[in-house]
Ligand binder design. Structure first.
Ligand code: TRP
Length: 337
C-alpha cells in the first residue's frame, strides 16, 4: 500500500438489503457516498445479518442482496473506487459483536429508541437479535477502524453506543479502536412524501404515489409528480410552514439542478403549479432515467454484481483480519492452526 492510501480517511456505512431505494435515499445518502468514494477509502456494506432480525424468507433475502447491490451500483457506486461488501461473507463481524456484547451494559441496549419502537411492533415474538442489533452495528463500524460513518439522524444513538463501546474496549484492553465520527446530512436536505409533505418520503408510506423510486419508469415518475399535493394558491414560493408540498418540490428541484430557491421562485413567477410540476418532472426524469437504465442493465447481469461483491469482500476481509488479530490477542484468545 502506498503512503497516500495509508493516510486516506476511512469511510464506512451500511444498509439493509430491504426493497427499493427512493429519491430521499438517493439525495440524502447514496449521492454523498458516491462523492466520498472519489476522495476516501470507502467500505459500503450490505448488512444481511441485520436483516434477519425480523421475520423474512431466505430466498427473498438473496434476491434483495442482488437488487440492492445493483441499485447502489446504478447510483454510481463504482466497485473500482469503493469496496462493496456483503456482511455475512466477512468473518469477524459476528465475532467482534460477541466480544463487544460482553462489555455492553444490557440497560444501554434496552434504552435504544429504535429497539423500543421495534419491540413494540414485534411484541409476539420478540427475539434477542433486535436487542443485540446495535452491538452488531458497532462491530460493523469498529472492525474497519472507520473515521467517518455517514448515517441518517435515526442512527445517531447507535453511533453514540459504538463510540462508548470503542472507548470501553480501549480502556479495558489498551488502545485498539478509532473513535468514529458520525456524518449526518443536515435536515434541510430532507425529501418529503409527495402526498403527505409533512412526513419523510418512505418506502412504507401507505400511499405509494408519494414515493419516487429511483427505478420507477419515467412515465410513473411524471404521474406521481403531476399529482403531488400542493396548496390552494398558485405561487411558487419556499415556505415550509404554509406551503409544504411546493417547498418539497422546490427542494427536489434544487437538489437535482443546483438552482437556488430564489432562482426557482424567479423562474416561475406568474406561472401556475402545472408548469412548475412539469419542470420538476423533467429534472427528476433527467436525473433518474439513466439510473434506471443502468439498474436494468446491471440486474440482467448477475455475474457483474457477484464480482463487484467478491472484490469488495476481499478488501474488506483483508482489513478486518488485521484488526481482528489484534483484538484476539488483546482479549486473550488464541489461534492454534
Ligand atoms: N442500522 C443501520 C440502518 O438501519 C444499518 C447499519 C448496520 C449500519 N450496520 C451499520 C449503518 C454500520 C452504518 C454503519 O440504517
Amino acid at each position: 500500500m502506498n503512503g497516500e492510501s495509508e493516510n486516506r480517511k476511512v469511510v464506512l456505512t451500511c444498509a439493509q438489503p430491504t426493497g427499493k431505494l427512493h429519491l430521499g435515499n438517493y439525495l440524502g445518502a447514496v449521492k454523498n457516498w458516491v462523492e466520498m468514494s472519489e476522495k476516501y477509502e470507502c467500505y459500503f456494506g450490505v448488512v444481511d445479518m441485520h436483516a434477519i432480525t425480523i421475520p423474512y424468507v431466505p430466498a427473498d433475502l438473496k434476491k434483495n442482496v442482488y437488487e440492492c447491490t445493483a441499485q447502489y451500483m446504478a447510483c454510481g457506486l463504482d466497485p473500482e473506487k469503493c469496496n462493496l461488501f456483503l456482511q455475512s461473507s466477512i468473518v469477524g463481524h459476528a465475532e467482534l459483536a460477541w466480544i463487544l456484547g460482553c462489555i455492553c451494559p444490557l440497560g444501554q441496549l434496552e434504552r435504544m429508541t429504535q429497539y423500543k419502537d421495534k419491540a413494540s411492533k414485534h411484541k409476539e415474538n420478540l427475539n434477542s437479535g433486535l436487542l443485540y442489533y446495535p452491538v452488531l452495528m458497532a462491530s460493523d463500524i469498529l472492525i474497519y477502524n472507520a473515521d467517518v460513518v455517514p448515517v441518517g439522524e435515526d442512527q445517531k444513538q447507535h453511533i453514540e453506543l459504538t463510540r462508548d463501546l470503542a472507548q470501553k474496549f480501549n480502556s479495558r484492553y489498551s488502545d485498539t479502536f478509532k473513535i468514529p465520527e458520525p456524518y449526518i446530512p443536515q435536515a434541510g436536505a430532507r425529501i418529503m412524501s409527495l402526498q403527505t409533505p409533512t412526513s419523510k418520503m418512505s418506502k412504507s408510506d401507505p400511499n405509494q404515489n408519494g414515493t419516487l423510486y429511483i427505478t420507477d419508469d419515467p412515465a410513473v415518475l411524471r404521474k406521481k409528480i403531476m399529482s403531488a399535493v400542493t396548496d390552494s394558491d398558485s405561487e411558487v414560493r419556499y415556505d415550509i410552514e404554509n406551503k409544504a408540498g411546493v417547498s418539497n418540490l422546490m427542494s427536489i428541484m434544487s437538489a437535482l439542478s443546483g438552482k437556488s430557491f430564489d432562482d426557482i421562485e424567479t423562474e416561475f413567477k406568474g406561472k401556475g403549479y402545472g408548469d412548475f410540476k412539469k419542470a420538476v418532472a423533467d429534472v427528476v426524469v433527467d436525473a433518474l432515467a439513466p439510473v434506471r437504465e443502468k439498474f436494468l442493465e446491471i440486474s440482467a447481469d448477475k455475474k457483474r454484481i457477484e464480482s463487484a461483491l467478491a472484490k469488495g469482500n476481499q478488501a474488506a476481509q483483508r482489513r478486518v483480519n488485521r484488526l481482528m488479530s489484534k483484538v484476539y490477542r488483546k482479549v486473550g484468545f488464541m489461534r492454534f492452526e
